[in-house]
Design a protein around this ligand. Structure first.
Ligand code: UDP
Length: 231
């Protein structure tokens, strides 16, 4: 299972979609699939809207969250388009909010069947509920689909560091962390509630740089890239 944030779809501004990005992501996902690994991807939508921006627009949080969930669907459809045009594999987009005519509703056992049949599954709409994020959906889906690991794509950073590497040149990357250490050191890996759930359930998480070519496939092959987080 992989989690790809909306920012991975955006150009330099961090907003909207840069057409080269879904194409890049599709190649990375196809490389994992090519290994014979079952792959599902939870797609974020932060390049369009984040629910916490609601206040600045003067709208209700739940409303902004619904718009945010639709953003995740747009990203997933772009990714489906890019994957399909490569002829990589059959692709299914499954959404947590019904999008009849565009995508299938998420049904755990059906997602499982698609994966077993060798299809790439793109999961959109987050959890379908407000006040949570696509990170939470990624952990939840990884658990309910019994994923071996959750690969967390980051942009501009190749793992978890002791300090922000963008502002601290001497920052050190952790090759391995436990959930307990990450929480005690206040290291921000993802949305805190999602991270706590992953820790409670002992989900293997692997943080990597989405801009590093072949990183996802290399991790699936057992290469020790980025940061591995374990129970
Ligand atoms: N969202 C939500 N429920 C979910 C997943 C997402 O309400 O289960 C909304 C939330 O407003 C979030 C936005 O969709 O800010 C975009 O998703 P997110 O910010 O998690 O995407 P990412 O940061 O991964 O791009």
């Amino acid at each position: 299972m992989a989690k790809i944030s909306g920012e991975a779809f955006a150009g330099a501004s961090g907003a909207g979609t840069d057409p080269a990005r879904p194409a890049w992501l599709a190649d990375e996902i196809a490389a994992v699939h090519h290994l014979g690994t079952q792959i599902a991807v939870v797609v974020g939508g932060g390049n369009y809207v984040r629910g916490r921006q609601a206040e600045s627009w003067g709208i209700e949080r739940a409303e902004a969250d619904e718009i945010g969930m639709l953003g995740t669907v747009m990203n997933a459809l772009m990714l489906r388009g890019a994957l399909t045009s490569r002829g990589a594999a059959e692709v299914r987009v499954m959404t947590a909010v019904a999008m009849q005519g565009i995508a299938e509703p998420f049904v755990r056992l059906r997602a499982d069947r698609h994966l077993r049949a060798g299809r790439i599954v793109l999961l959109a709409g987050g959890t379908g509920q407000p006040y949570v994020t696509a990170d939470y959906a990624a952990v939840q889906r990884a658990l309910e689909l019994s994923a071996d690991a959750l690969l967390v794509a980051k942009r501009g950073v190749d793992g978890v560091y002791d300090r922000d590497p963008r502002t601290h040149p001497g920052a050190r990357r952790y090759a391995h962390l436990t959930y307990r250490e990450a929480i005690a050191r206040k290291l921000t890996v993802m949305d805190a509630t999602a991270f706590v759930l992953a820790g409670e359930q002992g989900l293997l998480m692997h943080v990597f740089d989405v801009a590093a070519a072949g990183a996802m496939a290399a991790i699936c092959e057992g290469r020790d890239l980025g940061t591995r987080i374990t129970a």
